[in-house]
Design a protein around this ligand. Sequence first.
Ligand code: HEM
Ligand code: HEM
Length: 250
Amino acid sequence: MSEQSVKAEQPAATVPAAEGDSDMLVRRQTAVYVYEAPLRLWHWITVACITVLCITGYFIGSPLPTMPGEASDNFLMGYIRFAHFAAGYIVTIAFIGRIYWAFVGNSHARELFILPITKKSWYKELWHEMRWYMFLEKTPKKYIGHNPMGQSAMFVFFVLGLTFMIFTGFALYGEGLGYDSWASQMFGWIIPLMGQSQDVHTWHHLGMWYIILFIMSHIYVAVREDIMSRQSLISTMVGGWRMFKDDRPD
Ligand code: HEM
Ligand code: HEM
């Protein structure tokens, strides 16, 4: 078991056994504070921004048909692009804040960025978790922070994916602002690296589907694990506390 797994957590509350428990044992309910408020706030701000970015980005790539009336009466694509850029700024500033929190927050705040790839036991647990997700294991393990599979997916799909989207997004944004703009100065080099502007558009567009793949599986496993695992998941990302459904140590 990894350090993340529960060993001997102090019971947060001790409650009498539920009615019908024949041996009348006392059932312990443990709870551990895992995700601090800034991390939780960041998660839900990011969810909102990425939803806006995917919807508006889709329409930037596949614009709506011609609008009725005078061209000067319509500014729909302008609003769509504005929402995209505003959400792009917010998600980027929030991500910088999230990186800062990895330094000053608790140990769970670092899990998103640091995969324990040098630990042999981690691979064993990763394999166990994969088998659990494929319905090949009867019992999942307990985790206080992210399980090894969730942690890997969050790093590979989310951290790398979002970093890529921020770099390519600001390279495109710099084109619109002008070649002497800060965005062009900082990220302009990406355009010739990828070929030309249209290549950056294509990769930025593909990046959206890469992130959507993550979101679909992430929501599926969050709901599935909330029901099937031995600890709380979604309420933990809301209130910060991890509750455990049983007393067994591993
Ligand atoms: C755009 C959509 C979403 C993105 C990009 C996203 C991204 C992430 C990331 C990066 C983390 C890791 C947090 C960290 O360690 O700092 C995380 C954790 C988590 N997310 Fe999301 N999320 C999304 C939507 C959702 C939704 C809709 C739910 C609820 C159904 C959800 C539930 C959770 C839970 C429960 C965790 C903690 C998992 C654990 O404790 O191991 N997420 N998410
Ligand atoms: C998860 C994050 C993001 C997603 C899913 C996303 C998605 C998209 C998509 C699908 C397009 C259309 C590409 C095409 O087919 O031409 C697009 C365009 C664009 N995005 Fe993003 N994007 C994200 C982040 C960002 C960020 C952080 C910025 C920085 C401001 C940004 C700036 C732009 C710009 C400037 C364009 C081109 C607009 C135009 O040509 O009118 N994006 N985005």
